[in-house]
Design a protein around this ligand. Structure first.
Ligand SMILES: N[C@@H](CCC(=O)N[C@@H](CS)C(=O)NCC(=O)O)C(=O)O
Length: 209
């Protein structure tokens, strides 16, 4: 395996699903020990995160050269380029586009969940926008239905960035809304999700408040 000469720094928050996606991939491809974690609260008024990522978001990966990479798809593509094993982002062919599309769907699930959470926990109650919440809820339900329709085609062992992202997105929904009914009409996806939880890289990256 190629060794990165200087350790990489990951600005991350332990509750961020996007940061968890990066950590799951890093562990899965054997690069976790080359990354030093820098816990960062992107919402803190005095955070210096914008010096690394002008968008003020985690995850951001410091390369040791002074350059910082963001956002999670870019960081994952970079990490996947550093090892000599099976690529989690296939180099070419239809499997590449399926993996990237699934990553986009998983990222979109996380984003809808995050927007829902911001609206329901951070925004003052008097200013909350019910239609916005309903819109995010509908996105989540449609995305899950789409995944239910293709979950039986997911690779059994050789997962890609697509399935990694989807597993982390489902974990985020469980973490923030325990007991939710979003998977009620997605029995195959629910079974798949439970099975993924036995993977060491998902167990070692469980979100904590
Ligand atoms: N598209 C970005 C999304 C990252 C993101 O939304 N991060 C959240 C934490 S989960 C954040 O830092 N939010 C702070 C903000 O929006 O100002 C990625 O894939 O990395």
């Amino acid at each position: 395996m190629a060794q990165n000469p200087t350790p990489m720094l990951l600005r991350f928050s332990p509750t961020s699903p996007f940061a968890r996606k990066v950590l799951v991939l890093a562990e899965d491809i054997g690069l976790r020990e080359q990354i030093q974690l820098v816990p960062t609260n992107p919402w803190a008024a005095d955070t210096d995160l914008p010096a690394c990522n002008p968008l003020g978001m985690v995850p951001a990966l410091g390369l040791g050269s002074g350059e910082w990479l963001y956002d999670s798809p870019v960081i994952c593509a970079y990490l996947d380029s550093l090892h000599s094993g099976r690529r989690r982002i296939p180099d070419n062919g239809p499997s590449r586009w399926t993996a990237l599309r699934r990553q986009a769907l998983g990222d979109g699930l996380m984003e809808a969940g995050l927007k829902l959470r911001i609206e329901t926990t951070m925004r003052p109650a008097a200013l909350r926008w019910a239609d916005w919440c309903a819109r995010q809820d509908a996105k989540i339900r449609r995305a899950l239905q789409a995944l239910e329709g293709e979950v039986l085609t997911f690779p059994r062992e050789d997962w890609t960035i697509g399935e990694i992202t989807i597993a982390v997105a489902l974990g985020y929904l469980d973490f923030r809304w325990p007991g939710h009914d979003w998977l009620r009409d997605c029995p195959q996806l629910a079974v798949w999700s439970e099975h993924q939880k036995t993977r060491p890289c998902l167990q070692s990256t469980m979100p904590v408040e």
